[in-house]
Design a protein around this ligand. Sequence first.
Ligand code: ATP
Ligand code: MG
Length: 585
Amino acid sequence: MTPDFPTDTPPADAVAERRQDFIRQIVREDLASGRHAAIRTRFPPEPNGYLHIGHTRAIWTDFGIAEEFGGRCNLRLDDTNPAKEDPEYVRAIQDDVRWLGYAWAELRHASDYFEVFYLAAEKLIRQGDAFVCDLSADEVRAYRGSLTEPGRPSPFRDRGVDENLDLFRRMRAGEFPDGARTLRAKIDMASGNINLRDPALYRIKHVEHQNTGNDWPIYPMYDYAHSLSDAIEGITHSLCTLEFEDHRPLYDWCVDKVDPANHPELLAPLTGKGLPFEASKPRQIEFSRLNINYTVMSKRKLMTLVDEGLVDGWGDPRMPTLQGIRRRGYTPDALKLFVSRLGLSKQNSLIDFSVLENTLREDLDDRAPRRMAVLDPLKFVLTNLADDHEEALTFSNHPKDESFGTRTVPFARELWIDREDFAEVPPKGWKRLIPGGEVRLRGAGIVRCDEVVKNEAGEIVELRGTLDLESRPGMPGADRKIKGTIHWVSAQHAVEAEVRLYDRLFTVPNPDTDDDGKTYRDYLNPDSRRSVRGYVEPAAATAAPEQGFQFERTGYFVADRFDHRPDAPVFNRSVTLRDTWAAGG
Ligand code: ATP
Ligand code: MG
């Protein structure tokens, strides 16, 4: 994908307006005119990989529109290519759709309809609309012609119905090796649309299928299976991405020629399986794909990252998969807000990664309780407090929302502060701690640094200072003006934690170009994952997995879905507080 189109940053108030998108407009008209009593959509992923952020647009469209207009949406696994498909993906897809907050009316598989597709193919043969072709794949390609040249008819195009039926039945019986023959639609070898030049409907493939085992040595092609699945399920609006626009005439051809709505005999196999159907004539409508820079979003490329060990599996928090960004701390609401703001259109565009990150910040700012964590710890001893000094301070959990309540934060003589909040030689404009200087400890009072303790190598190992007791909360001097405020945790009470500092997986906006013989593999960000050991306050350590927090002054973090334990906390950085990439990374 080349981003030769502008990046798109819609204003926040565009959401309501985008809800008037052209697909919703069509749905409204179809309901108002009585063309459909209710709408029915489907989300049809191929289980050949994990879902990614791009799929969120399709899910939000298919499930969201059905929900909005009181319709129904099926989850249909498009499992017509057994060689690439895996039950692991099927499970992850269902998990992801549920996580986004959607419920399917029915879970279907294209393979549920293999019997129907087969009967429909025999019908096409009898109608003279399909034939068995003995050309090899290479020959088919040579006969197909090009954009400027018409194709040539296959020498097998005029086979009689009986011969075609006999050969097709023998294909089905497994008599021929892979690739020996195909069943092709008989449409128009001179069509300007190459998809209509007698496209294949079935190919021979002796491969075991995850649902149907070894029942079928032949498998239907995508266009044929997809259009008929829609028609069988009574889909009213078949929503898909723009690359299928040129396939729409074939989609319509398959539905019209098979016409399952008027041929109940074709659907008989479903009754036996207890699969309800209400055949219809679906309408395909295309919208543009969601593309984001600084990432790759094709399952094939994501699979390569996984297979080559360049990431830690499909669910690596740096991956744009839904499993990955979920583990990273993205919320379903942030994703849905993101796609709903962008809306639906027929124009391809490339969205800046920062738009996604800003949406997450916005969502987490509202929903994430605040906590304190120190990621690069430096000891700070308050020498005017007793060794056993211990108190419980009360902190509000959210600065803007009282409903988050309060929590107790332990305070004691020895603290951890962040190394970067102290400078021996401060740069210009420095507001934090310096030798002899003062700073406010968030919620605890003003401290002065009296002494910098170093080791033999000259490295700072500890600061010693005093707490101004008159500046404690509730004391007359509590409001004394001071320039900087820093966060801290009590060394005695804090819990040591592993903190994974994730960042963008690629260093360039368009890792997908093949310029200079480089590929996306060459643009992996070596700093996209750093792990540090820090300290978190007790009320962060006790979090449940997947609980998100703002670590004050540090960023948004989430308790790792799989590895976090209260006695051994693991937090993942979801996003920094501010965009650090804006000025070019
Ligand atoms: P990929 O190119 O990532 O492998 P795909 O199109 O092969 O994706 P499918 O599993 O076939 O993936 O997709 C299921 C549905 O999701 C399809 O309707 C497809 O149009 C839609 N979809 C896939 N990628 C995107 C995207 N980036 N933006 C919007 N919709 C998408
Ligand atoms: Mg696909």
